[in-house]
Write a protein that binds this ligand. Sequence first.
Ligand SMILES: Cc1ncc(COP(=O)(O)O)c(C=O)c1O
Length: 339
Amino acid sequence: MKPYHVSFPIDIIKEREASMWRYLEALPFEKTNIYSSVTLGEGMTPLVRFERGEPRFLLKLDYLMPTGSFKDRGAAVLIAKAKELGVSAVLADSSGNAGTAIAAYSARAGIPCHIYVPAAISEKKLSQIKMHGAYLHKIPGTREETAEAAKVAVDREKIFYASHVYNPFFLEGTKTFAFEIWEQLQYQVPDTVVLPVGNGTLVLGAYIGFKNLVEAGAADKMPRIIAVQAEPCSPIAAAFKDNRQVRPVENTGTQAEGIAIANPERGDQIIEAVKATGGTIVTAPEEDIATAQAGLAGKGFYVEPTTAATYAAYKKHRDIHINEKEVVVLALCGTGLKK
Ligand SMILES: Cc1ncc(COP(=O)(O)O)c(C=O)c1O
């Protein structure tokens, strides 16, 4: 990716439509109107209180995105970039939400799309990908075997790899999560953000986004990132705790399938980013996920178990890691309707 200048002209931003494209001066495009043929109106998701008594605990409702998850941020920018580059087809591998997002935005952009998925993912995610007209490749075995099959196909077909893990333009999209929070908090950043982490597209995107704001002089500090893994599959949390490099683990089974990445390619980069913010990486107890999901639904937020895991971890670790005077934003990333 070519270096480019990032700026936040507030007076111009304020006049634009309520979508993630209001931050055009901070996005890596040469044709600045290319997004108009790709956008589904994604972004500017609500930032709301969990409940009235807790004014400093806020939820960012990214499950209200067009395809039902925060992955739309990354997919919209990545597919707009593919359009700008004039690619003829794209290929991606995913355990679900990234695949549905890439399929939807490819359909919108009129770019043929191949999605590789583990054969065992939820029927609703599979049917969503198919309905968007993508060529679906179901791979038996683990998530890692799906990734391998996708890489082999990319090499063989010489096709544009729209990978949310490797392609840096995906993170250029997820970084808008940070910009929106900054604007919604009246051009301030929160003290802490609590985010799920598997391959790290939100953690790294948010890190880049807040860093862009600080470097442009629009914010005066980085928020602390508290990243959440699922206890039965937590290679990054284990490495963080032991102060060592990330090693692959065996996924012993979790309801939080979206963060169950046994061998995260960017694991060490994620640890570096979290450490640079003074943050930490914690795990969500498996037995608390269903209660957390019901607790959120009881307040009106219907999210998938992967997202409930973030809240479960917040509840478990709040007293240890968070000062009650802090402004905390927790990401609700995926809708419960797909499960
Ligand atoms: C709802 C949801 N939350 C969190 C994640 C984790 O994102 P990442 O693997 O990029 O860290 C995913 C990934 O698919 C997801 O679908």
